[in-house]
Design a protein around this ligand. Structure first.
Ligand SMILES: NC(=O)c1ccc[n+]([C@@H]2O[C@H](COP(=O)([O-])OP(=O)(O)OC[C@H]3O[C@@H](n4cnc5c(N)ncnc54)[C@H](O)[C@@H]3O)[C@@H](O)[C@H]2O)c1
Length: 343
């Protein structure tokens, strides 16, 4: 039985708890997966937050000390503020525990490299939850493009929109030094997906907005909107993300991929979330895998542990490269320069 513990009982701690609870109810595609895992404990220094989730999702034990929970499980699922990812990933790896860590891997490349090397040395499985790589519409879009049925990709536009994230503990998300603002926190989803779909760009150019949102967060100059152009040989990607939608607006994501022989659209607010059109033909709506991306990524990681296989869909190096690109985006935004990447 794989004993699992969650660190952090905030927004993502709740989302992940819901996923394990769903797997425990037998929703996993892998036969009998629920009989092989146990969501053993949840930890938050706000005891009431951990207790609330433990009661809601029938989690056996509540902790306020992360070290104690790490000691008692086989796998740790890190849903803590980003600045804490390196510290607890490294501690868990050194204690021989497998680690699923929320994105972004870290705030600096040096920390990310330290996490990767420690996990390698300890021979534990380590995956960063770049969830878009598991999302049904995005996987299907990639499968269609990779199959070549629409011809070569020419350009792709990706958008991700949310209202100012005011839910986080002590508003850490609204502090550039703790979250990196919209660039490191939200933009990384689609930047990582362009890496997955197309590979390494030759240049990165970003423009964006830093907003004085002191009224909301007592923090001057938060990165709230960013638009990045990534150039590749023969193709281009335009990625835009923002924290500026009206209060109450639910996450929106939109993709338009234009290929030589057709286009694909993702719109999470439309009746058909994935649409394909070939020249002169009507729209088609490909059948999508039924599974939610969060459940899919968690199930995948658990299977990697149980089968002793290294996670391949997203490697720690992929997560580090996504961080490298968003840091380039931030540098471009700050300097106004288009940054070339070494080939
Ligand atoms: N994949 C996604 O779609 C997605 C969405 C949102 C956030 N995230 C990522 O998930 C991570 C968590 O974000 P969130 O929105 O859940 O934040 P959050 O603030 O809602 O939750 C973090 C929790 O950690 C707890 N905590 C903080 N320091 C602690 C410590 N030292 N010991 C124990 N508990 C501590 C807080 O009390 C809080 O409950 C971040 O890295 C974020 O970027 C991912």
């Amino acid at each position: 039985m794989l004993k699992i513990g969650i660190l952090g009982a905030g927004a993502m701690g709740e989302e992940h708890s819901k996923c394990y609870s769903s797997i425990n109810k037998g929703t996993a595609i892998t036969p009998l997966l629920h009989s092989k895992i146990q969501l053993y404990g949840i930890c938050d220094y706000r005891k009431e937050a951990a207790t609330k989730l433990a009661n809601k999702f029938k989690i056996k034990k509540v902790y306020t000390d992360p070290h104690k929970l790490i000691d008692e499980v086989d796998m740790i699922d890190i849903c803590l503020p980003t600045k804490l990812h390196p510290k607890f990933t490294i501690e868990a790896a050194q204690k021989g525990k497998h680690i699923l860590c929320e994105k972004p891997i870290a705030l600096t490349l040096k920390e990310a490299e330290g996490m990767i090397q420690t996990a390698k040395k300890a021979k534990v499985k380590f995956m960063v939850a770049q969830v878009v790589r598991f999302w049904p519409e995005y996987i299907t879009l990639k499968d269609i493009i990779d199959s070549g049925e629409l011809g070569e990709l020419i350009f792709i536009t990706m958008n991700r929109d949310i209202a100012l994230p005011v839910w986080s503990d002590k508003n850490w998300l609204l502090d550039n030094s703790q979250s990196g603002g919209v660039v490191t926190d939200l933009h990384i989803h689609d930047i990582d997906f362009t890496n997955f779909l197309i590979g390494k760009p030759v240049s990165v150019y970003s423009t964006g907005i830093r907003l004085d949102c002191r009224q909301a967060c007592n923090n001057k100059g938060l990165y709230t909107q960013v638009s990045t152009t990534l150039k590749y040989p023969g193709k281009i990607a335009y990625v835009e993300s923002n924290f500026l939608m009206p209060k109450g607006y639910e996450l929106g994501n939109y993709v338009k991929a234009v290929c030589k022989n057709g286009f694909i659209e993702i719109n999470n607010k439309a009746k058909h979330t994935l649409t394909v059109q070939k020249p002169g033909k009507k729209f088609t709506y490909p059948k999508l895998p039924k599974k939610d991306g969060y459940i899919a990524e968690i199930e995948y990681f658990i299977n990697c542990i149980l089968k002793n296989k290294e996670p391949k869909i997203v490697t720690p190096e992929d997560a580090k490269f996504a961080l490298e690109l968003v840091l380039k985006a931030k540098e471009s935004l700050d300097t106004g320069r288009c940054l070339k990447l070494k080939s």
